[in-house]
Ligand binder design. Structure first.
Ligand code: ZN
Length: 345
């Protein structure tokens, strides 16, 4: 969870056609909103609309003109996705189910993976100790365009596996992969502090570590009928103490790489209840508003969905999640100069 303002979930084909949906969706949605409001909503929850809220709302009321393609993002194909990573090369564009591209993917098995001299900041969302420190984490902090809770407890599976446990485990696994590739990896918290840190401190940590790139790991607490992962990229926020204008473009490049690499490594579909094609852009997250190094968030799955919960509870799947994250960061760092030169920035 990322402390978001509630928004209408995107209606998937599955939800529209399921006969039970007429009853189940409103209940689940109400529960989701209620939970998010209870756990996450602060002043930002009702005042800071995400940059893409209008687009999301529009999409929520406009059915697609044609049946969805054979998209790994649909539940149909996702239910039988094996735990082993796909053998096909990572997709290169926004349509992962398309036939293999005729041009080589940006990162092949022979792509550069030497990260010597590079620094990565990993931000495991929340903290297992937050629930015992509600006074501390409820303190309001300035995120530039509003104020928001210092931190939140995060979500958990119905069986009680917490988001904070998940994010720390996946971050440690990603650290091991990146360290083996030569990178210096700094974790915002490593189970070594009783709560937090606050979101503004998490945002500053990238610059404090002199990191080349930063990434925040989360698991979502969406409606039980929805599943899939999504990546959250920073909207441009220049307000108060926030000025992230310089990181918007490189963060988007990271976001696209992460969307594709995570999907390839895990087989996890794009979220069918929020975001679009696995991508969202938001202006209400302190960790993105206040960052001065390229940064994105990933919501690796919906911990309130039974299929996603089963995966996220499985250490083997978490290793795949970490692999996708590490591969995306590696691709970002090893293609940075070339890509930014090409884009003229
Ligand atoms: Zn979270």
């Amino acid at each position: 969870m990322t402390g978001s303002a509630p928004r209408p979930p995107r209606r998937s084909a599955l939800l529209r056609t399921a006969t039970a949906a007429a009853v189940a969706v409103p209940l689940c949605t109400a529960g989701w909103f209620g939970w998010r409001a209870l756990d996450h909503a602060g002043p930002a929850g009702s005042t800071a609309a995400p940059a893409t809220a209008a687009a999301s709302a529009a999409s929520a009321t406009t059915p697609p003109a044609a049946p969805p393609p054979a998209d790994p993002g649909t539940a149909d194909t996702a239910t039988d996705t094996p735990l082993t990573p796909p053998v096909a090369p990572p997709p290169t564009g926004s349509a992962p189910a398309e036939a293999p591209a005729t041009t080589p993917p940006p990162a092949t098995p022979t792509a550069a993976t030497d990260l010597t001299g590079r620094t990565v900041l990993l931000d495991p969302g929340h903290n297992p100790g937050n629930s015992a420190h509600t006074a501390e984490i409820n303190r309001q902090v300035d995120i530039g365009n509003t104020r928001k809770e210092c931190d939140t407890t995060g979500t958990e599976t119905n069986a009680g596996y917490t988001e904070a446990e998940y994010t720390l485990d996946v971050s440690r696994r990603a650290r091991a992969i990146l360290t083996a590739r030569g990178a210096k990896v700094v974790l915002v918290q490593d189970g070594d502090r009783p709560w937090g840190p606050c979101i503004d401190e998490r945002a500053r940590a990238g610059a404090d570590a002199h990191a080349d790139v930063a990434l925040s790991v989360h698991g979502d607490g969406g409606p039980a009928a929805g599943r899939g992962f999504h990546v959250i990229m920073p909207a441009r926020v220049v307000a108060g103490k926030a000025d992230n204008a310089a990181i918007v473009a490189p963060s988007r490049r990271l976001g696209l790489l992460l969307r594709d690499r995570f999907h390839a490594a895990t087989g996890e579909p794009y979220a069918d209840y929020t975001a679009e094609e696995g991508l969202d852009t938001r202006s209400d997250l302190g960790g993105l508003n206040l960052s001065t190094v390229p940064k994105v968030f990933i919501e690796c799955g919906n911990m309130r969905n039974s299929t996603d919960a089963k995966r996220m509870t499985d250490p083997q799947w978490r290793q795949q999640a970490a692999q996708g994250i590490a591969d995306a960061l590696t691709a970002f760092l090893t293609t940075q100069e070339k890509t930014e030169e090409r884009h003229g920035s």
